[in-house]
Design a protein around this ligand. Structure first.
Ligand code: ADP
Length: 540
């Protein structure tokens, strides 16, 4: 027997068409460099993305060819998100926080010929140009100033009649997007998304138990569009008709809270380091911002401390904790409460919500120990591996790498985790961040989360330092809240109530700020380097 169902290839063009057809007047609001707000509609997005597609085809862009963007989050980047795939080409988002040398490596590895860039980022492009072979640099006028000589003006480039533009005929597994991993271990590697993976990911993250995304929403995407597709919300929001709100380059907590209030944001997404600053701003000025009651916030990219979930709850705001990777488009799991958790005490509910959560539909997870897959008992630890239609099965230009993909085709995430009987995954660390003390593993993430629960602590990261007897010991690098004091002895006593004695750090360093990666996570590699001469205080 054969299926009687139609075989219609999935495509991002379908999302663009749907956005215009049903939600033409929904808005895309972008904060510009001068802090004014730029407003446009889904209808205009549709028209201008198709103009960009037509212009790219006219300029000789071939199906499957990468076209790079170096842009903040805003309406022009949205046009690239849809216009580049509509031309049959591949949207290659470049991380604007990388050095010119790293960008040059990535551009060469991808084979980019065309770059779309914000006018405010031209100083970076000037350093990049001597290092790369770009044929065309097209400048988006986010400042409204005339474009400098030697560059092409975006508005002139897309000034073509695209009324009759025909989408390229593509099969659903054709590439539509590309993003490089941040390369914390070795060179960055290219992950290439397909039309099919992007559409399926959009559907899955929109589900009620995931982001619960609909045309009643206004979504503030703090997550950069230059890294891991801004967690997929640019595509999903157009599909369901949710307004999109973009901060542009203004990422200070006050600016984000102003946008949330002004645009009646119902869902905001970002990494914990940004949400820590938002929490502090709310705590410092109670009542200053009138936020939409019940506003959801998806926070992930690194572990969300339980204390943060509880702190936002006091402001009437709900954090949903998610886990993902560039390699997973990026969302793999989200934590939400099941009906049977409703009767649990508040503290236990926070514990569930602080886990990384349940796999999205179609994503499979397993915990691999030395002797094979581990039971889902909440205690058996091993490497987290993933499989699914939006999980990468390899890397661009990289021969099959057994360190990354298993023989039976699962992605090795490099995360160490457990899964409990109810299916909640919990990350205890990244393989390379675990601390091995006297032959026993200590989870840096668990310690960090606990320390950040202390009322005087703003941020904390835990890294291994050398010890002559125990090999490694944990060092807690702590940022105090403004005007608050806390001594190492007090923090140790605080932790002693939650961890066995041998796991608690004896070593504390107080700093003004923690170094961050290009995607806003604590930069453990830099901390390990900064404290490599540290002499541990743990007795021998
Ligand atoms: P990179 O951090 O290398 O830039 P990604 O942005 O793709 O790459 O991050 C993926 C990694 O981030 C995961 O493998 C995991 O270690 C970490 N991560 C993501 N979400 C969470 C989370 N909710 N809790 C703990 N770690 C997380």
């Amino acid at each position: 027997m054969h299926t009687t169902m139609q075989s219609v290839p999935l495509s991002t063009n379908q999302l663009l068409e749907r956005g215009k057809q049903f939600f033409a007047n929904r808005e895309i609001v972008s904060r510009l460099p001068d802090k004014t707000l730029h407003r446009t509609t889904f209808e205009a997005l549709h028209r201008r993305a198709r103009q960009l597609a037509a212009a790219l085809v006219r300029a000789g862009t071939k199906p499957g060819e990468p076209v790079a963007t170096l842009m903040w989050n805003h309406a022009w980047h949205m046009e690239a998100y849809f216009g580049i795939p509509a031309a049959g080409a591949v949207l290659h988002t470049l991380n604007l926080r990388l050095s010119p040398e790293d960008l040059a490596y990535i551009i060469a590895d991808a084979g980019d010929r065309i770059l779309l860039v914000d006018d405010v980022l031209l100083p970076l492009v000037e350093k990049l140009v001597p290092l790369v072979k770009l044929e065309r640099i097209i400048v988006a006028p986010t400042c409204g100033k005339p474009v400098q000589q030697g560059y092409q003006d975006y508005e002139t480039f897309i000034d073509v009649d695209a009324t009759d533009f025909q989408y390229q005929e593509l099969e659903e597994n054709a590439p539509c997007g590309m993003c490089y991993t941040s390369g914390t271990t070795g060179r960055p590697k290219g992950v290439v998304y397909s039309h099919r993976s992007t559409v399926l990911h959009s559907l899955a993250i929109s589900l009620p138990d995931c982001l619960d995304l609909s045309c009643n929403d206004a979504v503030l995407a703090v997550t950069p569009m230059f890294h891991a597709n801004s967690w997929g919300v640019p595509y999903a929001s157009i599909m369901v008709g949710a307004n999109l709100v973009f901060p542009g380059p203004h990422m200070a907590a006050e600016d984000l809270l102003d946008l949330m209030e002004r645009e009646t944001v119902t869902l905001a997404l970002g990494v914990p380091t940004v949400w820590m600053t938002i929490q502090q701003a709310l705590d410092n000025a109670p009542g200053r911002w009138q936020l939409k009651q019940g506003m959801r916030m998806m926070v992930g990219g690194s572990a969300v401390p339980k204390a943060m979930i509880a702190a936002f709850e006091k402001h009437g705001l709900a954090i949903k904790h998610g886990w993902g990777m560039t390699e997973l488009s990026p969302v793999g799991t989200l934590s939400w409460l099941k009906p049977e958790h409703a009767a649990l005490p508040e503290e236990s509910q926070y514990q569930v919500r602080a886990r990384q959560g349940i796999a999205l539909p179609l994503v499979e997870l397993r915990i691999m120990g030395e002797n094979g897959p581990q039971p889902w008992d909440g205690a058996s630890v091993g490497e987290l591996q993933a499989r699914g239609p939006w999980v990468t099965g390899g890397y661009h230009n990289t021969p099959r790498d057994p360190d990354k993909i298993t023989d039976d085709g699962w992605l090795r995430t490099g995360d160490v985790a457990t899964i409990d009987a109810e299916g909640y995954m919990r990350i205890s660390d990244r393989t390379k961040d675990l601390i091995k003390s006297g032959g026993e593993w200590i989870s840096s993430v668990d310690l960090e989360n606990a320390i950040m629960g202390h009322p005087a602590v703003a941020e904390a990261a835990v890294v291994a330092v050398r010890h002559p007897k125990w090999d490694e010991r944990p060092l807690a690098v702590v940022v105090k809240k403004p005007g608050k004091e806390v001594a190492p002895e007090e923090l140790r006593a605080f932790l002693a109530a939650q961890f066995p004695n041998w796991q608690c750090p004896d070593d504390y360093a107080f700093v003004e700020a923690l170094p961050r990666t290009s995607t806003g996570k604590f930069m453990k590699t830099k901390l390990r380097d900064d404290f490599k001469e540290w002499v541990s205080r743990t007795p021998q």
